[in-house]
Design a protein around this ligand. Structure first.
Ligand SMILES: CC(C)(COP(=O)(O)OP(=O)(O)OC[C@H]1O[C@@H](n2cnc3c(N)ncnc32)[C@H](O)[C@@H]1OP(=O)(O)O)[C@@H](O)C(=O)NCCC(=O)NCCS
Length: 156
């Protein structure tokens, strides 16, 4: 899929509302207390792209630059009924391109590790592995939610 067919574009206005609408559709991933409000607030200053389809925003990605060597996928989410249509890949590609353009050698992310049996996060990890991320280390106490955190890295 290219950007035209997926309708990926960078947004600066209305991010919080779009973010909240998408995350409320994904309670299995963003249903913990404060998640929707926290992400809607934290992406305010971050470069953010959305994917529009079917008359509305169905996916979102935000990138957080950490110094001279890496940027982190701070948020990536696609509404449930739009999974497996190439939208996650298209969004990730845009964020990755920005990181490359900035000359950063690594793209990172944190997700839930496989010590947690949740099948939704198993699909998330499969997606990231397919996208070229390496699972590097598990941090058992990093997430406030208590879930084990898997740190993943993609060399750019
Ligand atoms: C993870 C997520 C962003 C992936 O987005 P998506 O649009 O469904 O993924 P894509 O269709 O672009 O998938 C790209 C490739 O990844 C792999 N993949 C994605 N989902 C997969 C799954 N459930 N099982 C196996 N492979 C999968 C496939 O190889 C797929 O290509 P293919 O469909 O041509 O086989 C999306 O499922 C999502 O929003 N999940 C809930 C929120 C979440 O997990 N966010 C990240 C939190 S850290």
């Amino acid at each position: 899929m290219n950007d035209e067919s997926t309708g990926v574009r960078e947004v600066s206005e209305g991010k919080a509302e779009i973010c909240a609408d998408i995350l409320r559709d994904l309670p299995g991933w963003f249903g913990f207390p404060g998640a929707v409000e926290g992400y809607s607030r934290s992406i305010r200053e971050l470069p953010t792209w959305i994917c529009e389809a079917g008359g509305g925003a169905v996916g979102i990605v935000s990138l957080k630059v950490h110094g001279r060597f890496s940027a982190e996928i701070h948020l990536l989410a696609v509404k449930r009924e739009w999974h497996r249509r190439g939208i996650g890949r298209a969004l990730l590609d845009r964020a990755e391109t920005r990181a490359r353009d900035l000359g950063l050698p690594f793209l990172t992310l944190k997700t839930v590790a496989d010590e947690d049996p949740d099948p939704g996060y198993a699909r998330t990890r499969t997606f990231y592995l397919t996208m070229g991320f390496y699972p590097l280390e598990v941090f058992k106490t990093l997430f406030k939610s208590g879930d084990p955190c898997l740190f993943m890295v993609k060399p750019l």
